[in-house]
Design a protein around this ligand. Structure first.
Ligand code: URA
Length: 234
């Protein structure tokens, strides 16, 4: 198996990142630094990345978690807050979340050890829309909706066109569904703030055509083969 595939299927990095690691001299095979991303590794070879041994390529697993508010999506947290991997303790493979959800955001989080698929799902060039249901303060006027649809400045970055639907408007708050394919830090919160509506609650309900549906908060399930095929073929 080629070294880049070995590293990515072990869940360590995307294949492209694996190439970079090799070129930058971060990878050793049997104690010797290798610099050609195209070289093959055999069963029994010891592969290290930045001095850490990479286990033999693992089975690829894909799960969806309904992330509760109050968890971080990083591997560790300097403030010692709870981490999403605590919720998937009985998955033996070393899986990681595809993209981030804020501490205060709930909903659909896909976790996998397939670095290539994760890279594809996150890169804006593939335009995989992520759909959020936001509860926002105040009235969201048609002008504001139009601004969000066209793209807004969130501080030095103008967002790409978004899909926006107002599900409900009361005197004090609105429920809005918004779909975006970029993943800037706190993007949805910043987009609503830029038109004057503060986000009170935020839940991700879909990634492309993969829906959270009735999965309970804090629970997870494996993706169905059809869902995996859909993501790979995107
Ligand atoms: N946008 C946000 O503002 N927060 C998230 O967690 C995801 C998207």
């Amino acid at each position: 198996m080629r070294i880049n595939k070995y590293i990515s299927t072990a869940g360590f990095a995307s294949r492209r990142k694996a190439d970079e690691l090799v070129i930058n001299g971060a990878v050793k095979v049997n104690g010797v630094t290798v610099k050609q991303p195209g070289i093959d590794v055999k069963d029994g070879d010891v592969v290290e990345v930045n001095g850490r041994k990479i286990d033999k390529a693992e089975r690829l697993v894909y799960i969806m978690l309904n992330k509760p508010v109050g968890y971080v999506t990083t591997a560790k947290d300097e403030k010692d807050r709870r981490i999403v991997s605590d919720l998937v303790m009985d998955v033996p493979e070393r899986i990681f979340p595809v993209g981030r959800l804020d501490y205060n955001t709930s909903g659909l989080l896909i976790m996998t050890n397939d670095g290539d698929l994760a890279y594809k799902m996150m890169h804006p060039k593939h335009k995989m829309y992520k759909t959020y249901r936001a509860t926002v303060q105040g009235i969201i006027s048609p002008e504001r909706v139009n601004k969000l649809r066209k793209g807004v400045d969130i501080g030095g970055f103008v967002t790409a066109p978004a899909k926006v639907n107002v599900i409900k408007q009361t005197e004090r708050f609105a429920i809005v569904e918004i779909s975006i394919y970029e993943g800037k830090n706190r993007q949805v919160r910043k987009m609503f703030a830029s038109v004057g509506n503060k986000v009170q609650e935020l839940e991700r309900v879909a990634i492309g055509e993969i829906y959270l549906a009735r999965l309970m908060t804090g629970h997870y399930r494996k993706l169905a083969p059809k869902e995996i095929e859909y993501l790979k073929g995107y």
